[in-house]
Design a protein around this ligand. Sequence first.
Ligand SMILES: [Zn+2]
Ligand SMILES: [Zn+2]
Length: 458
Amino acid sequence: MPGSIKKQLDWPEKIMHYLGRSFLCPCCGRKHTLKIKKIVHSEDALNEISAFIIRFCGKGKKILLLADENTYRVAGARLEKTLPLFFPLSTLILKPEGEKYLTAREEYLPAILKRAEGHSLLVTVGSGTITDLGKYAGHLLKIPVLSVPTAASMNAYTSGVVALIRNNLKVAFPVRPVLAVFIDSCIVRNTPLPLIQAGFADSLARSSAQADWQMDCLFSRQPYCGLAEILVKKVEEKYLRCGKALVNRDPSTLDLVMQSLTLGGLSMLVVGNSAPASGAEHLVSHFWDMYSHLRNKEVFAYHGLQVGLGIILTSCIYHRLAGLSTREVSVRLKSFSPANEEKLKEVFSLFPSAQESIRQQWEQKQKVLSVCRSALHEFWPEIKNRICHTVHPPEEIKSALSAAGCPVVPEQIGIPYQLGIQAVRLSRYLRSRVTVLDVAAELGLLEELQQQGFWNRK
Ligand SMILES: [Zn+2]
Ligand SMILES: [Zn+2]
């Protein structure tokens, strides 16, 4: 293509150097392994796929290309012309069955697995749904997967987990990450606006997610790794206040959001869990998703847009926590009890078919939660003076999301007020990891803050 930028876009050099290798972490001193061998982010990234496959997998490999109707049009058709010059290629275009849009339902897997039989490589062309279905199929078949992202909408291209819908419940499974990611910046710059907004909002979860993770590490005495923060923070600073430019499709802002999402996925891969990019703000979105799935309804909005509302909430809570003295914390802990059994009953009545898994998650959390309860006042100076200040202030988050045209109150995406509030009070019962929602609940702050309003209802 004349005039194309052939060089790789500007990425943190260090991390590109670590791809495909094990290394001693400069932050936590432990050994990390990045199994992804290559990330290409340029205007002609797709032209590098054949050479990569020949080098890392060998010649003549039988490839299955997985796409949906849109992503086939956007990138799949192009690959269908170039890859067969070197490899036998078949294509599977997934179509929604019994639903308006394709979602990552487990029911699609048998067809993918059957079609992939006899193939030695899977190439996923798409965003969240196609990537997760492909990653899981590749994991089950023990064949490598290459990812060709078509939208800057989420961070799972480089992560080691997939989120699938099983029995109307979203379940996360650890999987082998993809072997390489080829991001065509021209394709990604044409992402439909709602998907861009979702990606932008999802990427902003980093600061509160990492604060949650630091608190969980304090209570559980697990090591925290600051590499994840270093990896993404610098890039995030470059686009955090560029919401308007994003809506106007400024190419360099879009490139930065894509880069941040990709690094966010890598940060989860480095530490082996989702904590660096997913905390309480994701739990709130998960609560709304569960509510929709179990009623056989479509989700309220794209993942990232729901997460954005969760970030407003968590940043408000962190802001409030930063104002509490150690003495106030001790007094509150003694005088307040969160009435957990009563609230669990409320959760069960909302999600009756998920009762058993919710009970399990809640029981798993008890050990760390009891440390939080008994030693919170001892940890408080660390939480108040250091951790709370790593979270973006609520005003900053709200103005970033507003500038990008993202929803800032649940009603904007059709979430009724009551359901919004239920997520605040009850989503902490869904997952075993301790987050800021648990800390706020133990201190009797959730109800109090709820009355003041998180999302400034209009
Ligand atoms: Zn580390
Ligand atoms: Zn997310």
